[in-house]
Design a protein around this ligand. Structure first.
Ligand code: TRP
Length: 329
């Protein structure tokens, strides 16, 4: 039997290269080897966007298009809408009894986000528990996510152990995070993690002109004033991105050597990066453009995935309800 993989994203904007190297690429590679569930986390997105639910709704099909364009195959991966899986709300409520307010407040993922977003509403504070329910509702075992999510996976394991122990059941298997080597891709400004809200992202739907504009805005080496000056690689954002995305490693070594020696213009490095990024993004962008034109198809797929996901969670919930709630059957 295949192990169960579960992960997802909040539908708040188009996916960017950080999502791609951080987790999406892994999911596409692994979808045949696991029973894969991919969640569009609209309920979670509402925890910090509750004043503007339309924004969340508007990005659901967008995210679906990004997923399919990046290579998730609906025959292999069940893509579904979190808000429609009612068992997850119920599971969140039961799990909330196991977690203290103090431990949540000190959860590093939440703590960072609460400070960044200046939020302390209960829905937001509770979202790590709801995320644990997302994973355990499916009896998920493998969770490909960015490394920033690891404290939430720790919490998930704590909850599942407590459940199994308290009620003498072996219902939930261990949960393992799957982190990509580039878990925290920097933004084009080189100061923070790539993120739409920080305005430093290259999106999977960007045109070649947009990619070029963003690459041209990247800083290279402030000491490299004239072409013949020796260039420096450290902190050079163009080199940073080339090292991650250029598959011609030998060619890149030569380019770097030349740059360090002097005589290679920044514009040559940038031209190479534009080529390399467009090579990755162009097939995704084209597939996405076609998908965008057919929202009904996207909806149909999402509906089918959501129905399948609902059934899967109901299976788990049968055993969970036996523990917490008197059967009226
Ligand atoms: N918190 C994740 C993010 O912001 C999204 C998410 C919600 C998720 N539920 C999940 C990821 C369950 C993995 C497993 O990207």
């Amino acid at each position: 039997m295949k192990k169960i993989l579960l992960t997802g994203d909040r539908p708040t904007g188009p996916l960017h290269l950080g999502h791609y190297v951080g987790s999406l690429e892994n999911r596409v590679k692994l979808q045949k080897d696991f029973e894969s569930y991919i969640l569009i986390a609209d309920t979670q997105a509402l925890t910090d966007n509750f004043k503007n639910p339309q924004k969340v709704k508007d990005h659901v099909l967008d995210l679906m298009a990004d997923y399919l364009a990046a290579g998730l195959d609906p025959k292999e991966s069940t893509i579904f809408l979190q808000s429609k899986i009612t068992g997850l709300y119920e599971l969140t409520q039961y799990f909330s009894n196991f977690v203290t307010f103090d431990s949540l407040k000190h959860n590093p993922t939440l703590k960072t986000e609460m400070a960044q977003k200046k939020l302390n509403n209960m829905g937001f504070i509770n979202y790590p528990i709801s995320q644990a329910a997302d994973i355990l509702g499916f009896k998920g075992e493998i969770v490909p996510v960015g490394e920033d999510q690891s404290p939430i996976l720790e919490l998930t394991n704590k909850i599942r152990k407590q459940f199994n122990k308290l009620y003498g059941k072996d219902l939930f298997p261990p949960v393992q995070g799957l982190y990509s080597p580039v878990s925290r891709l920097q933004g084009i400004n080189g100061q923070q993690k790539m993120s739409k809200s920080l305005n430093n992202a290259i999106f999977l739907k960007d045109s070649v002109d947009e990619i070029a504009k963003k690459v041209k805005s990247m800083y290279t080496d402030p000491l490299h004033l004239r072409i013949e000056d020796p260039g420096h690689l450290e902190g050079n954002m163009v080199v940073y991105f080339l090292e991650i995305f250029d598959e011609d490693k030998l060619g890149l070594e030569k380019l770097k050597e030349h740059y360090v020696k002097g005589g290679l213009a920044d514009s040559v490095l940038k031209k190479r990066l534009i080529e390399v990024l467009d090579f990755k993004i162009a097939p995704i962008r084209e597939k996405r453009l076609a998908l965008e034109k057919d929202p009904e198809y996207l909806k149909l797929l999402l509906k089918a995935g959501t129905e399948k996901a609902h059934e899967k969670v109901e299976e788990t919930m049968k055993s969970v309800r036996e523990v917490f709630s008197l059967s009226l059957e």
